[in-house]
Design a protein around this ligand. Structure first.
Ligand code: CA
Length: 222
């Protein structure tokens, strides 16, 4: 398990790195909100321990930004103040748990194991499949056998639409509405570009599934 600690009390952050290390977790520490967000956006962590009061950007804004960017890594908030409003806001923004300082490290370790387990369980349920491919709705990964490729947000939304409408033809208008939104000025040409990206990725993971063009109508998974 890989853990990111975002905590400006350097002594505490370093102590946590040590403790996590002893528990065979890989841990990295950041000491302000901006670098914490940058690191968390890499999406390589299994759990993030995030302090609320941080220099440059506070923990709640870091969390909000992460969720806006579709990073679903479980977050445990740390708060020095026993303020209910921060906790409520944190949970609203998508925190998985919180802990009030000072806390026992055993309790933090237990919470980490618990949010991690919960995350693992949701991943198992959050998969759409068709023939030899499966799409993970949490990680945006498209898998065929041993091969996995990460999809961009638009590619993912398009694939999700195909997988929820197995075998059905989906028109370009429909794709624009569902993926780009009613208000968007996306054109057919944008759709074609993304379809070609996805086709390349399907070939890349050696899938037998392909996106067929149905002339004058749209596309269908085959
Ligand atoms: Ca702090």
């Amino acid at each position: 398990m890989r853990i990111l600690i975002v905590e400006d009390e350097v002594a505490l952050a370093e102590a946590l790195v040590q403790i996590f290390g002893k528990n065979k977790y890989i841990a990295d520490a950041c000491y302000d909100g901006v670098s914490g967000l940058d690191n968390a956006l890499t999406d390589i962590y299994d759990v993030i321990v995030l302090d609320i009061m941080l220099p440059k950007m506070n923990g709640l804004d870091v969390l909000k930004n992460l969720r806006l960017n579709k990073i679903t890594t479980p977050v445990i908030l740390l708060t020095a103040k026993d303020e209910i409003s921060d906790k409520v806001k944190g949970l609203d923004y998508g925190a998985d748990d919180y802990l009030t300082k000072p806390f026992a490290t055993e309790e933090l370790l237990a919470r980490i194991r618990s949010v991690y387990r919960r995350k693992e369980n949701t991943i198992c349920e959050n998969v759409l499949s068709y023939d030899d491919i499966s799409l993970n709705l949490s990680t945006y990964e498209l898998t065929c056998g041993q091969n996995t490729v990460k999809l961009g947000l638009k590619e993912y939304s398009i694939m999700e639409l195909f997988l929820k409408n197995k075998g059905r033809v989906i028109s370009k208008e429909n794709l624009i509405e569902k993926v780009w939104g009613y208000e968007s000025d996306a054109e057919y040409n944008n759709v074609e570009v993304y379809i070609s990206f996805i086709r390349k990725k399907l070939i890349h993971i050696s899938s037998l599934v392909s996106i067929k063009t149905v002339r004058g109508v749209g596309y269908r998974l085959e």
